[in-house]
Design a protein around this ligand. Structure first.
Ligand SMILES: *Cc1c(COP(=O)(O)O)cnc(C)c1O
Ligand code: SF4
Length: 461
């Protein structure tokens, strides 16, 4: 049965290095989930029901074991067990995404790597990693609103998600506590949102609202309407975006949760009446997450007039191959999902094995430019640690590649300030690694970088 799933993966630069264009953009329309022993009898209608997906989501090691049966050995199960003792994120996968994992090669699987930690793959955190790497808490203006940029704000109505990603930038608050991290998670509390709507009304310079979390997929239809209508009714708000991984990890939500879709349709219609944009930002990282179910979800979203864009994270061992990334972006574009951002992995703890260097991301950016329509070419950005906001990956003012330190400014969000991003130490050349291993050597080298950065600041701005 395993081979059945492998052969469902069509030939592309993601399955075969060195594969040559033209590639097939054919979508997997097989009953791929049947290769999972527990779901071998599940028919398409059942699999396509969002309630079944939610009820059968995998949240414990015991469930992984039961669901996979003989498909995997005890070595892998023990490795997952060790991973769960070290991760800051809860375990949660929908059956859809769980069955997109090629369990015959789970160790190196790009989907497994995003959602299920293996103890053997952890690497010590960077000494300068930060819990709140983007300094969001310092830009918090209400319990649910982050206001960093002059004309846009980020509304976080919930910290729960239908899946939990090992690389989550908000691992400090998203999902429940784990063995190594306690959190103050919150669910949707609509009665508490008024102060957020008031703040936005009282700050007419705010034109764009991102509604994220957590994931808006878990908001009730009533809450989608409440948020959408309240925000669109504020005269100064011109655009709103709902952020959800749903299209990538539970596409059947958009074809089987009629009430939720109706709520979004109502918000979209109001947006059109007012000449305001209502969009949905989703999050695919690999082509493996794209199937015929994606195109069904997109048919619905296109019908209701919601524009869909994608934001990916560049993740080591998941999507850091240029040919595969390019193919994935084009495949998304073909489904009317516009590639928008590819993020440099944030400098958060617990996922050092998943980060890459700024140099690597620059290479991706160079290789993506010019290889597809300009409006489908994602911008590769680094969200500058400390609250500098998103910066074009090549716009650093200084990059000491040997020790992996890049220096950023942010004239629009924080004029006059300097921000630093640190590459993962294990990916540096030996000489750079040796400098980090020597406290006085690294201190003086960092002091040198800081002095040089300060000297360049006036010039850069
Ligand atoms: C990313 C982000 C936004 C939206 O920025 P865009 O570049 O328009 O996508 C708004 N506020 C915060 C705090 C953000 O991190
Ligand atoms: S869906 Fe987004 S917010 Fe939720 S765990 Fe993944 S990255 Fe974090």
């Amino acid at each position: 049965m395993l081979n059945e799933f492998s052969s469902a993966l069509n030939e592309s630069p993601c399955t075969q290095s060195g594969a040559r264009a033209p590639f097939s953009y054919q979508l997997d329309d097989t009953e791929f989930w049947r290769h999972i022993p527990a779901w071998s009898e599940i028919d398409s209608k059942t699999f396509g029901d969002h309630r079944w997906q939610q009820r059968n989501s995998i949240t414990t090691l015991a469930r992984i074991r039961e669901t996979l049966g003989e498909l995997v050995g005890s070595t892998l199960i023990d490795d997952i067990d060790a991973g769960l003792m070290r991760t800051r994120m809860n375990l949660r996968l929908t059956p859809y995404v769980f069955s997109r994992i090629n369990w015959a090669n789970a160790e190196n699987d790009p989907v497994r790597r995003q959602f299920i930690p293996l103890g053997s793959q952890f690497i010590a955190d960077h000494p300068l990693a930060m819990d709140d790497s983007l300094a969001e808490d310092s830009n918090k203006v209400t319990p649910y609103l982050i206001h960093r940029y002059p004309d846009k704000a980020l509304f976080l109505p919930t910290t729960l998600c239908p899946v939990y990603c090992s690389f989550c930038t908000r691992s400090r608050v998203v999902g429940g506590s784990t063995a190594v991290k306690s959190k103050s998670t919150y669910g949707a509390k609509p009665l508490g949102w008024d102060s957020t709507f008031d703040y936005i009304s009282n700050h007419p310079e705010i034109e764009d609202i991102v509604i994220s979390g957590g994931d808006v997929l878990l908001l009730r239809p009533k809450q989608i309407s409440q948020i959408g209508i309240s925000l669109l009714s504020i005269p100064s708000v011109r655009r709103i975006r709902f952020a959800t991984k749903g299209v990538a990890i539970m596409p059947m939500k958009f074809t089987s949760d009629i009430e939720w879709v109706e709520a979004l349709r109502e918000v979209s219609r109001l947006g059109r009446d007012l000449m305001k944009e209502v969009s949905l930002h989703t999050h695919f990282n690999t082509d493996r997450e794209i199937t015929v179910w994606t195109s069904r979800a997109m048919k619905t979203l296109t019908d209701i007039g919601v524009r869909v864009r994608n934001q990916s994270v560049l993740i080591n061992g998941v999507n850091n191959s240029l040919d595969c990334l390019r193919y994935t972006m084009k495949k998304l574009a073909n489904l009317l999902i516009q590639p928008y951002y590819i993020y440099q992995h944030d400098l958060v703890p617990g996922c050092e094995h998943l980060r890459t260097t700024v140099r690597k991301s620059e290479g991706m950016s160079l290789g993506l430019q010019g290889s597809m329509a300009g409006f489908n070419t994602p911008r590769v950005v680094c969200d500058a640690p400390g609250g500098g906001g998103k910066r074009e990956i090549s716009s650093y003012i200084l990059y000491d590649q040997e020790i992996g330190v890049s220096v950023w400014t942010s004239p629009a969000a924080k004029p006059g300030a300097i921000f630093y991003y640190y590459d993962p130490i294990h990916l540096l050349e030996e000489k750079g690694q040796a400098i980090w291993a020597n406290p006085s050597a690294i201190d003086s080298r960092l002091a040198k970088v800081r002095a040089e950065a300060t000297a360049r600041l006036d010039f850069a701005e």
